[in-house]
Every structure is written in C-alpha cells, then in structure tokens.
Design a protein. Sequence first.
Length: 630
Amino acid sequence: MMNMAGSNLIYQAERIGDASRSRRLFVVFYAASGAAALVYEVTWTRLLTLQVGHTVSAVGIVLAAFMGGLAIGAFLAGRFPVAPARRLQAYAALEIVVALIAIALPAILNELLPVIAWAYADGDAPVRFGLVRVTLSLALLAVPAAAMGATFPIAASWFVDAYVTMKAPASRRWAADAGVLYAANTAGAAAGAIGAGFWLLPAVGLRATTWVGVALNGAAALGALWLARRDAIGAGARAPSQTGHDRHAAAAQPRRRQAAVVMPVARPALACAAAALSGFSALVYEVAFTRLLAAVIGPTTYAFATMAASFITGIALGSAVGTRLSRRVSQPALWLAAALMLTAVSASLVASFAASRLPLVVASEVAAGNASFQSVVLRQAFIVASLMLPMTFALGVAFPLALTTASFGTASVGRDTSRVYVANTLGAIAGALAAGFFLVPRFGLHGTFVGIIRLGTIGGVMLAAAVLAPRTGRTVRRLSVIGGMTMGGGLLALLFDVPHWDRNLLSSGAYKYAPYIHAGDAADFEASLRAGRLEYYKEGAAATVSVRRLGGTLALAIDGKIDASNAGDMLTERQEGVLPVLLHTTSSCPSRPTRGWPGLRRSSRGNSSRRPARGSHTTASSANGHTRMT
C-alpha cells in the first residue's frame, strides 16, 4: 500500500510538471499565432485596397470583414465545443487552414480582377462596385478570420484544463488564466504589426511577408500537435494502477475542497456589456488618435504604424497585468468598472496634450540643427507610445477582468470566453465603422473625443452601480444608488472634458515647416506657427482640410501640408491644370487654374462636339481659352 501511494505521488508530480511545461510552450506558440494574424491583417489590407481602393470606406470594409470573421469564429467555437482530447488537434487544424488560405489568397484575388473591373466600370456604377467590394471582402476574409477567431475559445479551454491537471486551488479564477493567452497573443500581434509595417513590407514585399505569416502559423500548428502527442504518450507511460481505496480518496478530495469554498457569482451579461464598450471605445480612440496624430506628426505610414503599435503594445502590457490582478481581487467587476473610467480619463488628458502641446514638441525636434529623419521618427514613436500607454494599458486590463467577471468555473470557460471575445470584437467593429463614417465626419475630432470619453466614464460608473446596487436590499434604494452614481459619472465626465484646442496650431504643419521658421525665442517661434487667420477648417475621416490667410497669401492645406496656394504654388498648379483640359472639354480640378495657356483654345474647339462628363464642376470656354468655374 505504501509503495502504491508513493507511485501515485510520483505520478502526480510528473503530471503536474508536464502540464506546466506544456502550458509555457503553448503560450509561445499562441504568441506566434498572434504575430501571424497581424502580419496577415497588414498584408491583406494592403493587397485588397490595391484592387478595391484606398478610400476610408474601402479600408473600413476590409477591416470590418476581418474582424467580423473573428467574431463569427469565436461564436461558433463557443457554441459547438470540441472534445477535450481533441482540442490541440483542432487548434492545429485551424492554424493550417489559415496558412493554406493565406498562400492561395493572392492567386484567388488575381482571378477575380475581371469581376472587379466589370463592377467598377470606370466609376459609372458606384452602387454595383460597392456591393461587389463588400461581397468580395467577406468571401475572401471570412473563412481565415473565422478560423483565427475560433482558436481563442479552443485554446482557452485546453489551457484551463491543463491547469486543472496541476491541481490548483478550487477557489482559483479559471477564466483569468485565459487572460495569459490573450496577453501572449496580443504581444505577438504587436510584434507582427511592428515587423510588417516597419521592416517586412518595405524590405521584402507583400509575397515574402505573407510567407513569414505562413511560417508562424506552421510553427504554431506543429507545436500544438507535438504537445498533443507528447502528453498522450507521457500519460500512457506513467499512469499507475490504483486501488479501490485510492480511487475513492481521489474522488472524495475534490468534493471536500469544493464544498469548503464559496465561489463568487458570475455576471456574464455585465462582462459582455463592458467588453463591448471597451472594444467600441478602443477603436474609436484608435481612429480619432490616428487622425489627430496625422496632423501633428504628419500623414505618413510611420505615423499610422506608430499609432497601431502603441495601441497593441499597451494593450498587451495591460492584459498581462490584468490577468494577475483578476486572480487576486475579490470583486473583479468593480475593478473592470474602474478600468473603463481610467481609460476615459487618460484619453481626455492624452487628447488635450496631443492637440495643444505635442505640435510644439514636434516642431522643436524637427527644427533642431542636428535632426535626422531616423532620429526624429524614433523620438516621435517613443513620445507617442509613452503618451498612449496609460490609456491602452487600462484597455488591456479590462479584458482579463471581463473574462473573470463572466465565469468562475472550469466547465463553461470555453463558452464564456467566446461570449466575451465576440462582444469585444463586435464592439470594436461598431467603433471603427462609427468613427470613420459618422462620428469624425459629423462631429469632428474634438466632438468625437468628448462624446466617447463621456460614454466611457458614464458606462464605467453604471457598471459599478449595477454591481453595488443588489447589496442595498430594497428596490427603491437600488434605483437611488444607480441614479446617484450615474449622475456622479456625468459630473466626472464633464470635469474631464477635453478643452477646445487651438486649430491654428493644429493646422500649422509644424512637423514640416518648423525648420524654415527663424525666431528669436520660443514665444516668437510659437507665434509664428499660429500666424494667419483660418478661413476654413474641417476634420474628416481621411484628412483635415484647412484654408489659411497670411498677409496676401491664401493657402489650402491637407493635414497641415500646403497643397495649393495663390503664391509660390501657382506654376505647378497651372501645369497640372493643363492636363485634364487637353483631354476633355471639362476639368475636374477646381484648385488648378489654367488661364492663359496657349493651345487650350484649339483643344477646346477640337472637342466641342463631345458631351460634357457627368458630374463635372467646371466647363471649358472655347472663346477665351481658359476654364471657367461654375
């Protein structure tokens, strides 16, 4: 009997050691999967927008199709769970499916080019082209994105079961362990976004970058299959025989432990609502800050990549800390509410500084005599990442806390994590589309920031009220608690409203024109950046357009960079204005003057029988040889 008991102890120790090693290895494999996902997102967005357009709507449709596929895959994986013994094999199969589709996607898109050309029809069928663009994006991205989304619930279920094997305390918050996978996957995604945006695409191109993602998928799949085979062989080789007394004791011990522990109440509805609000806020902030930083540091690829990398890195750090926090706190729902409010307050402070002070910081850097392009880009990336860290960190903390709030048991981890993941992803899709198509064009950047900050603050306070109200007993008292806390949240939101920023400074193009300003001191330098009077200012989803009058010069700028003026740009504008008039009887370049160019009269007479182009805003006059704006 003693020998049998000793064998069981040795077996349990070896089993725990194997489970711990398997979990650590799987975290690495899942991080590689996250890196592959962001490599694909970058390359597929670039590949598809080359064919369906680079407009805001085109990019929004591609991203919505990608993220919608993630949500569908996570929902299906939670709705139809995989048998415990086959989870690693199912995970590996999904990774292989993603890799195979990534290999075939460029060839499939190339075969569909005639369909795209037919739908576009030289711009004469915008509705048909829009429908084909949506259908094409969904058809190409839905399956691989769904496979990516399905990996998280399956991986989380296996990961938690591996911890159960290690005989962790019965009071453990099992759903919090899924946050480890989320943090690792997000860290890999940050590496993939930085690598693809800053190095892979410029260095090796789209095709080779895609093969990097395929290699990462293959490594994750092979690693999962190896773990499944090793665990199966190890369990069969070391399993000792048990006496009836041992089996009875092993079965009774968990029952005694579970009876002694009172588990907190899960709140899946609150967790899903908070996850949806967090996802919505995150994507609105990302779109709005991307537009704001385009005016501050320039509308370059580096600005977008810096913004995306800062967001993902901060979320990865926050989710790692949030996982540890969710294991220790007694009320994860209250901490989740605090994370939402911290996100809103941090966003308000960051937006205020980015619009009012960051242009001056950038101007002083680019105006320095020893400044080089590489040093400026690196310093700006560091500044942006540091500014965004508190807000993105709070966003990252929220997701593991939402997982813990949704579930406390082991049996429902896969289903509950899929629900939270789906809610978060759907919120992110809604945020991206709302910010790009409605909020920023309708209310501008400042109005968008004010609205989403108020929403996040009030939402966090209402979540806290929903947690605390049931403790007060009577219904009237509960309603009074909820109402009082909601009013307090509204006052807090007003307290941290984003102050109105200086549009003259924001549209000054300091990142480009600061080296040409010669001022005696900092005050003169700042006054020179703000010089002039704004005649027009409009913030849109794709650019910020401004018209400034300085002395006798009127200049039109896009994100601070002057694109047209009635001064030094006139020669270039005249030359560009000639081209459309030589080809057509009408011109669609209203900012390009063509008065006084020889040959336009002959061109206009020679084409006088042609019908004017539909939707044109200018007409060519054959009488005086110049275009007349109508």
